[in-house]
Ligand binder design. Structure first.
Ligand SMILES: *Cc1c(COP(=O)(O)O)cnc(C)c1O
Length: 351
């Protein structure tokens, strides 16, 4: 088959608001007090594009970036300034070593196996301590017994499991982390993710690691009114049709019209991360006008009721209501799933 180079305009796109991203980082940096806020940019910048996020946040003064894997580190290395740091949260496997020892990024060492493996390199590293989440991290008893003298440790960190809640686990983890710090010292200490920053000064240490809230996530009441929406999914109308009372819409006829009204069919679906939980519950917007999703979300298509915007026509664009707490209530998905699940078919445009 011959392939031309003619551009094919996409039928769904993400509008990404630079100002909102920068304002969110500044808010989180201010709320971190004397600690400096970094940025978790794993999973391709939570789906926004890690290189684009890094470039913007660096211009605002952000200097510490957290990715999950060495591949993710490689994807941004060219965009990171010499005075910035990249931490690879999933650590260094044996398979990672050939690349890792050439990389400007440093591993977050999560186990004693990783600690011993890295020792031979005498390169910088971070350390993750298990303070009670029991995900990744070195046990405090192992820390205590080891001689850290030959490691060049930048950040000593731990991770909060329930910072979005006010239960006892936050204080328990804080105490465990503080206790562990007597056995290992780096240049800086760090405990808080986005939600942890709102827990107050005791949780800030030297640097904080917000992710979700940079991108508009509000998991704590402290953030409502302060954190702004960054990601706006938009879909194009492929067809407009007029329903008669009694007409059914979509797979398994989960919507039946009670009156005659117009609907629009959008070029977006669950394959784009707009999952079936939005069926008969999601909302799209044309300007300020709310247009409810009707029937089941299909793989590539969504039906909306356009009774309140009857002038909408084929090729017009509408945007999904995607304020993360609201969309989470509508769909039953977490704010993290909503933002990282948006998929690969969207074109991205930053405004
Ligand atoms: C993902 C992650 C973060 C950022 O968490 P958010 O809840 O998105 O702010 C911080 N630290 C570690 C270790 C992480 O894995």
């Amino acid at each position: 088959m011959s392939v031309t180079t003619i551009d094919i305009p996409s039928t769904a796109r993400l509008r990404l608001n630079s100002e909102a991203l920068l304002a969110n980082w500044r808010t989180l940096d201010d709320m971190s007090g004397s600690a400096s806020a970094g940025a978790a940019i794993k999973a391709n910048g939570y789906g926004l594009g890690s290189a684009e996020v890094v470039q913007r946040l660096q211009s605002a003064g952000c200097r510490d970036f957290y990715v999950a894997s060495w591949q993710e580190a490689k994807d941004i290395e060219a965009h990171v300034e010499a005075d910035s740091s990249i931490s690879v949260l999933n650590g260094a496997r044996a398979e990672d070593m050939p690349f890792a020892v050439t990389s400007a990024a440093k591993p977050v060492l999560n186990s004693m196996e990783q600690v011993l493996r890295w020792q031979e390199t005498s390169r910088p590293c971070d350390i993750m301590i298990n303070s009670g989440m029991n995900r990744l991290g070195i046990e405090v008893t192992d820390l205590e017994q080891f001689d850290w003298g030959s490691h060049d440790i930048d950040i000593v960190m731990s991770h909060l499991a329930s910072a979005d809640e006010d239960g006892p686990q936050n204080a328990e983890q804080l105490a465990e982390f503080v206790g562990a710090l007597q056995y290992v010292s780096g240049k800086r200490n760090s405990l808080s993710n986005s939600a942890g920053i709102a827990l107050g000064q005791a949780y800030h240490f030297d640097c904080t690691r917000p992710g979700l809230s940079l991108y508009g996530g509000k998991q704590r009441p402290e953030y409502s009114g302060l954190i702004q929406q960054v990601v706006f999914p938009e879909a194009q109308i492929l067809q407009v049709r007029q329903l008669k009372a009694g007409d059914k819409v979509g797979y398994n006829a989960k919507y039946t019209a009670e009156r005659d009204h117009p609907i629009a069919i959008l070029a977006m679906g669950y394959a784009d991360g707009y999952l079936r939980g939005f069926s008969n519950r999601g909302v799209f917007l044309s300007g300020q006008t709310k247009l409810p999703v009707i029937g089941r979300i299909s793989m590539d298509l969504i039906a909306i009721d356009i009774s309140d915007a009857p002038d909408l026509a084929e090729s017009d664009w509408v945007s999904a209501e995607y304020d993360l707490p609201i969309a989470s209530d509508q769909s039953g998905l977490s704010q993290y799933e909503l933002i990282t699940g948006l998929g690969h078919r969207y074109s991205h445009y930053w405004v």
